[in-house]
Design a protein around this ligand. Structure first.
Ligand code: SF4
Ligand code: FES
Length: 236
């Protein structure tokens, strides 16, 4: 049975059990998000996807659609808050877009462009996060981790390996590798793992391939992140 709700005045159909994010994506409407991935159970941590439902804020990736609800997403107020969250993500890690090999394929960078973010606004934390280059095929650059937990979920739920985990609390939360040494080389992680493919930023990088596709010819160089919503209808 199909129902409808309105999203920024547009009528959106949904099926029982679908979230606002799923229904909006299916309808071709982009809602900014970072920790949501259509193949995984929502995590609800980044809050980029926050919308107003009947005037109250909620994460659209976890909130089930209800017939008749009035949802606001693309408003100056909500986008201001999303921009602030994005700026905080930039200063909490070490993100240097011009020298990052994920530039043009990075969802954080593309989201910042989408939201019209012109500067980080806040003081940088400059955290000390050593790179893990121990694995023969994959480099881990923790400097860019936004703690979306997609690699954690992919490794646990798809690969059945539990290679990654989030450790610590609050501002001390960080990504760890589940090995006694803490090194990726001491796990059974491979390049073919789902976890090797889901990072929305530039943490999990295939070695010796960084600039095979030149900057300027990458996904978000060719089209804004809002235009990729169709590819996300069935998973990407
Ligand atoms: S490494 Fe990437 S996928 Fe994993 S938690 Fe950090 S940002 Fe998310
Ligand atoms: S995408 Fe919904 S909280 Fe991150």
């Amino acid at each position: 049975m199909s129902h409808t709700f309105t999203l920024d005045g547009k009528t959106i159909s949904f099926e029982e059990g679908q979230t606002i994010m799923q229904a909006a994506t299916k309808a071709g409407v982009f809602i900014p998000h970072l920790c949501y991935h259509p193949e995984f159970k929502p995590h609800g941590s980044c809050k980029l996807c926050t919308v107003k439902v009947n005037g109250r804020q909620t994460a659209s990736c976890t909130m089930r659609a209800i017939a008749g609800m009035v949802v606001e997403s693309d408003t100056p107020e909500i986008n201001d808050e999303r921009r602030t969250l994005t700026q905080m993500l930039f200063v909490e890690g070490n993100h240097f877009c011009p020298s990052c090999e994920k530039s043009g394929n990075c969802q954080l960078q593309a989201t910042a462009y989408h939201l019209g973010m012109m500067s980080p606004h806040f003081d940088h934390f400059f955290p000390d996060r050593p790179v893990d280059a121990s694995h023969p095929e994959v480099l881990l650059d923790f400097n860019r981790c936004i703690l979306c937990s997609l690699c954690v979920r992919a490794s646990r739920d798809v690969d059945g390996k539990n290679v990654f985990a989030l450790s610590g609390r609050g501002i001390d939360t960080h990504l760890i590798v589940n090995a006694k040494s803490g090194q990726l080389a001491d796990t059974n992680f491979t390049l073919h793992d789902k976890a090797a493919q889901v990072c929305p930023v530039g943490v999990i990088l295939k070695k010796r391939e960084g600039f095979a596709v030149p900057i300027g010819e990458r996904s978000y160089d060719k089209q804004p992140i809002s235009a990729t919503v169709e590819a996300k209808q069935e998973g990407y």
